[in-house]
Design a protein around this ligand. Structure first.
Ligand SMILES: Cc1ncc(COP(=O)(O)O)c(C=O)c1O
Length: 381
């Protein structure tokens, strides 16, 4: 049976990983500045992670959400401690889209309304309401298009005000640093006014922290760079360092009711063990400090590369913008310099999403490769 052919693939077959590196089927080492799409947070095959997942699968891999699962409570309390989101409640799911789907559903339950406001170049996943809120008509099928969504320009606070005052908007959903769209960010003033408008209009403010959260921006959550209080915060990606897990953090003002949300696999024992290993390692290895230190070092190094026209993002969620499309540069970096980087909808942007434990020596290695790759690309132009 052939695979349903939806992914354009690079011709590389990673078979193992350790720390910041992956190794292909011929034993070649690759520097991973892409983190498997912002997923690898504490590093490939981290010993804490391997031990926690191995022990858990040997003990109890899964049981349903109809029984007590102390691991879910342990995960929630560690998440509260590290994120500083006091008194929020946690609902666990399996992916980013599922987290946003539940966030929007909950916003609709809470407010009794059904229109969503989202923003240009935003990405929120590929399921029903999440994909409708995503600014990419190519991935919105007719069945998704029935959702009521209004997509506005980032930073257009007047437009948000106009829409919210119509009284039918259940949620405003935003990435505090856009991921696939190209690392753009709203201004502090914009985010803070949107927060106030949501509170004034009985609209839930949903922070999509699936890519920019979990320490990647240099704070636990990217919204914490601003003075805002989201009603719902969605998480996934780096939460499990590769194990599929997602969740929503829910403000204490939103009350749970039995049966309101549910899932078979969400919050299973194995996922919680993986999620706990990630949080414990973020804490024990001071990875937020590392993100700030290495992120600043990275930005400093970009100053030596005249071809970089702009640097976007924060922490270890960075975008290098060139004045040419970077598809060829990414191939050169992978095939000839053995470095993984990411792309974006903005085709001139190279996305940098390494494990949060990356060190300055890896950044030096990347810039050596980048200089050589740029020289080669220029020769070819
Ligand atoms: C900001 C953001 N939201 C939602 C998602 C969807 O997550 P998933 O692919 O786990 O469904 C992604 C994935 O790239 C994302 O970057």
């Amino acid at each position: 049976m052939p695979l349903f052919d939806v992914y354009p693939l690079y011709d590389v077959t990673p078979v193992s990983g350790k720390g910041i590196h992956v190794y292909d089927d011929k034993g070649t080492e690759y520097l991973d500045l892409y983190g498997g799409h912002a997923v690898i947070s504490i590093g490939h095959a981290h010993p804490n992670y391997v031990e926690a997942v191995t022990n858990q699968v040997e003990t109890l891999g899964f049981y349903s959400n109809a029984i007590q699962n102390p691991l879910q409570k342990e995960l929630a309390s560690k998440l509260e401690q590290l994120s500083g989101c006091k008194d929020y409640q946690l609902f666990l799911v399996n992916s980013g889209a599922e987290a946003n789907e539940n966030a929007l559903k909950l916003a609709s339950f809470k407010t009794g309304k059904k229109r969503v406001v989202s923003f240009k170049k935003g990405f929120h996943g590929r399921t029903s309401a999440a994909v409708a809120a995503t600014d990419n008509p190519n991935i919105v099928a007719p069945i998704n298009a029935q959702q009521e969504v209004t997509i506005l320009e980032l930073n257009d606070v007047e437009a948000v005000k106009t829409e919210l005052e119509k009284g039918d908007v259940c949620a405003v959903i935003v990435e505090f640093i856009q991921g696939i769209g190209g690392l753009d960010q709203g201004t502090a003033e914009f985010f803070e006014q949107v927060d106030a408008l949501c509170k004034a209009n009985n609209t839930m403010f949903v922070a999509d922290e699936i890519q920019c959260g979990y320490a990647r921006s240099g704070k636990f959550f990217a919204f914490q760079h601003y003075n805002v209080t989201p009603d719902i915060i969605s998480v996934a990606k780096g939460m499990g360092n590769g194990f599929p897990i997602g969740g929503i953090l829910i403000h204490p003002g939103i009350e749970a009711k039995y049966g309101m949300l549910g899932t078979t696999f969400g919050g299973n024992h194995l996922a919680c063990a993986a999620g706990l290993a990630v949080l414990n390692t973020i804490e024990s290895e001071s990875l937020i400090d590392n993100v700030n230190e290495v992120g600043a070092y990275f930005i400093e190094k970009t100053k030596d590369i005249p071809q970089i026209k702009e640097i976007k993002g924060r922490g270890l969620m960075l975008g290098l913008e060139f004045d040419f499309e970077v598809g060829g540069l990414r191939k050169e970096l992978i095939y000839n310099h053995k470095v993984f980087t990411g792309g974006a909808a903005n085709k001139k942007l190279l996305r940098i999403l390494p494990p949060l434990s990356v060190k300055k020596e890896h950044i030096d290695q990347f810039f050596d490769a980048l200089v050589k790759a740029l020289a080669k690309i220029e020769v070819n132009v």
